[in-house]
Design a protein around this ligand. Structure first.
Ligand code: URA
Length: 433
């Protein structure tokens, strides 16, 4: 078999066989197929797509390109969730402790952020002392003992995706439903949980720009999960503005703590409670979503979810006094009010633009080597639908650099203001199962 023939076949929009897909995945993983041929195939897939059968085979082959995790030594149902990435997305920090406080196990492997989207691991590491490098036996023991651990993904899990994703990032081939779906699902399936909930975001700050393409991606991933006998469901959620109010690592941790204290922004609360309720149904902990929501709200009110976050932070070497008293987090040197230059209603807070501005302040990485400044970022004072007058504060910028004038300009421009009165946006549009 020759790689060039496989590339030509996909270029001619023909269906690839299991043997051909397996030849590519094995050869690319072991280095016998060079990057330039893998890039050419990725580009052909971007243009011509793959059918359901090909996507299932690609996922299965990628999933078996390295180690898979066997969570059977952890008692009870293990749930997992994955977000396709957004700005201000601190959901895992709220949702994880929430579902674990209801007795459902979460053994989660997370990622770091790159570009305008932040990663859960970076946010967790902004809590002094927390480590995400935990070896397997300690990871399993922590989940058995306290019901939750959020750690970094091991290098041996889906090595094919690690190489392919890095290549796609620099060859303009990220945005393809077969490639995104197989990349996400191979990692989720290799991580060994019994159930998977996917939060597929759409809008300016997401891979999927509109509801239809988010629905197609969600359907593709749920079908892959069904095919491989894993209870997989998805929610389609809005990313036409950042989630919640805070963007930036310790700022987002503080918002997650406030949410677990019962003072979260309404979109974040709704997303966490609704997603958590689906996860409880998937785990068989409750029968209905309504019952799940009630239980989760109770565990916010009685602080058991907040206590679960403290337990997790302590188990991972962190200082839980920061969770009990978030005013201990180091503050940025400069806190600057960004004001509206006109009257009107906020139509959009472009998540891509404001996410990039936060990254430039130090809250994210432009390249993998960049070091994050945990205290920096942006906290919104207004959301889509808010009425503003000229001179009102739109948000506060947290910076350790004194001169950030050009970034402030980008922040103001990410707020799109109109004269028409607008409704607030819903957060969850659909559930796909
Ligand atoms: N996240 C992933 O893990 N893979 C993709 O292809 C896109 C987003």
């Amino acid at each position: 078999m020759r790689m060039v023939d496989i590339i030509i076949k996909k270029k001619e929009n023909k269906e690839l066989t299991r043997e051909e897909i397996s030849f590519f995945v094995k050869g690319f993983t072991n280095g016998s197929i060079p990057d330039y041929q893998a890039s050419a195939l990725a580009m052909a897939i971007c243009f011509n797509g793959m059918n359901k059968k090909e996507i299932g085979i690609l996922t299965d082959e990628m999933l078996h390109s390295g180690d898979t995790i066997d969570l059977s030594s952890i008692e009870g149902k293990k749930v997992d969730k994955h977000s396709t990435g957004g700005v201000g997305d601190k959901t895992s920090l709220v949702l994880g402790p929430l579902v674990a406080s209801c007795g459902v196990k979460l053994a989660k492997m997370s990622g770091r952020g790159l570009g305008h989207t932040g990663g859960t691991l970076d946010k967790l590491e902004s809590i002094p002392g927390v480590t995400i490098d935990i070896e397997k036996d300690r990871f399993f023991k922590q989940v058995n003992d306290i019901g939750i651990a959020i750690v970094g993904q091991t290098g041996s899990l889906v090595p094919c995706d690690k190489k392919l994703y890095a290549l796609r990032d620099v060859t303009g081939t990220v945005n393809s439903i077969p490639l995104i779906a197989s990349s996400i699902m191979s990692k989720k399936l290799a991580s060994g949980s019994d159930t998977i909930l996917l939060d597929v975001k759409f809008g300016s700050g997401a891979f999927m720009k509109d509801l239809d393409s988010a629905r197609e991606l969600a359907r593709t991933m749920v079908d892959i999960g069904d095919e491989l006998n894993r209870d997989t469901r998805a929610i389609l959620t809005d990313m036409n503005q950042p989630l919640g109010l805070a963007i930036g690592n310790s700022l987002e941790v503080i918002e997650a703590i406030n949410t677990l204290n019962g003072h979260g922004p309404s979109d974040l609360v709704e997303l966490c409670v609704s997603a958590g309720a689906i996860m409880l149904v998937q785990a068989g902990r409750v029968k209905t979503i309504e019952e799940g929501k009630e239980l989760l709200e109770e565990n916010i009110n009685n602080k058991s979810a907040l206590n679960k976050l403290c337990e997790m932070v302590e188990a991972q070497g962190g200082d839980a006094s920061y969770i009990k008293d978030p005013s201990k987090f180091e503050k940025a040197k400069y806190i600057i009010d960004v004001k509206s230059n006109k009257d009107g209603y906020i139509k959009e807070i472009n998540a891509l633009e404001i996410g990039e501005a936060a990254m430039k302040l130090g809250a994210g990485r432009a390249t993998k080597e960049d070091i994050i400044d945990f205290a920096t970022g942006i906290v919104l004072e207004k959301k889509v639908g808010s009425k503003v007058n000229k001179g009102d504060t739109l948000c506060k910028v947290y910076s350790n650099k004194e001169h950030v004038e050009s970034i402030l300009l980008e922040v103001v421009e990410s707020f799109k203001i109109t004269n028409e009165e607008l409704k607030t946006l819903p957060i969850i549009y659909e559930i796909v199962e």
